[in-house]
Design a protein around this ligand. Sequence first.
Ligand code: ADP
Length: 425
Amino acid sequence: MNTAPALGCIADDFTGATDLAGMLVRAGMRTVQMIGVPDAPLPAEFDAVVIALKSRTVPADIAVAESLAALRWLQAAGCRQFYFKYCSTFDSTERGNIGPVADALMTALDTPFTIACPAFPENKRTIFNGHLFVGETLLNESGMQHHPLTPMTDANLVRVLQRQTRRKVGLIGHDSVAAGAAAISSKIGKLREQGVEIAIVDAISNDDLLQIGAACADLQLLTAGSGIALGLPQNFRRDGTLAVQPGDADALPTISGLRAVISGSCSVATQAQVAHMIGTGAPAFAVDPLKLAAGDDVASAALAWAAPLIAHGPVLMYATAAPDSVKAVQAELGAEHAGALVEQALAAIAKGLVTQGVRQLIVAGGETSGAVVSALGVAGLRIGPQIDPGVPWTASLGDPSLALALKSGNFGSVDFFTKAWDQLR
Ligand code: ADP
């Protein structure tokens, strides 16, 4: 029996990887998210692997080298189909990195054709006549034209991608997509006769994604947002390589131990979640960036404060503050320095809490999560059940295994920090 993962994915950023991994689990594949290209083989059996890179805005040659290293690892793990995941708003610079990475992966796999489809209709990212819409608005009028790193000033994805690659870019229009998988396959055949090597694919609904997925069963490489992942498990189920039933893909091992919440996000949703948890009477420790800047050992103070409390229920360690207070701190310390100080302190606190016996940990904030996961030496995350859209419980690979919920800023309901535990036994 083949126990190698069927699908190997390369994601160009961390939260994008989590998004894709969550989609795959939802569609019935047991999925692990690896943080960077692993230096050891897969430790357990999975149906899909997502390698999270940070390659969206780095120079194109670095993005290519990292993506090729990820591909080699996935090939060695036995994956048979490959998926390059980028943002549903096709975030890229004029020169890349979507085109150069797709090119390099095609060459390495010696594959003549792939698709490019960032559509994610549930999140209101749709593609029609090759143009990407965010809600009812064209991409270049959606606010994305002002993005500090990847300004998107053209909604015509055929044109955008053609500027990034020497391969001929074409379009599989919605007339083919709406006619179903066979029509999409036949359109692929026609485009290939015309010398097209990468095709933007229209998609405006989940049903479109399922049809596209079915039509792409035999493509060695797919490039897409996370939406296309919905349509892939059906292929593996049909060819017998995926036996797990959809409801069973998110099973996690039981992880018991003490509980804590670490919050370094200052997003509106997180501020409300912090206030809510404090309102329930949970013990809370505020990490003050100015004390950190003054050289105080805030992490040790926080851990000493937590020691007698933590056995009685979850504690909250937070740097989360209102915009005025964050602005004042940033004016004094500089935004980057303040951010780095807080991230380091929260990461040290996370490490100390694990030493105190914490095994169930919620972390709020994208950058904060990155810092915590790196301090804890977590190499990979087994993806479990969703707590709120976009935020699953995960189990870290390795010893000790930790139950981790990594919540990016604006995600989650107001009672996220108090309700999430209910899903863990
Ligand atoms: P989000 O997902 O909400 O964007 P991140 O963790 O990615 O959250 O980013 C929040 C950033 O703000 C981090 O770098 C964090 O260290 C920093 N930060 C947190 N609290 C404060 C604060 N009180 N003052 C200044 N910076 C802060």
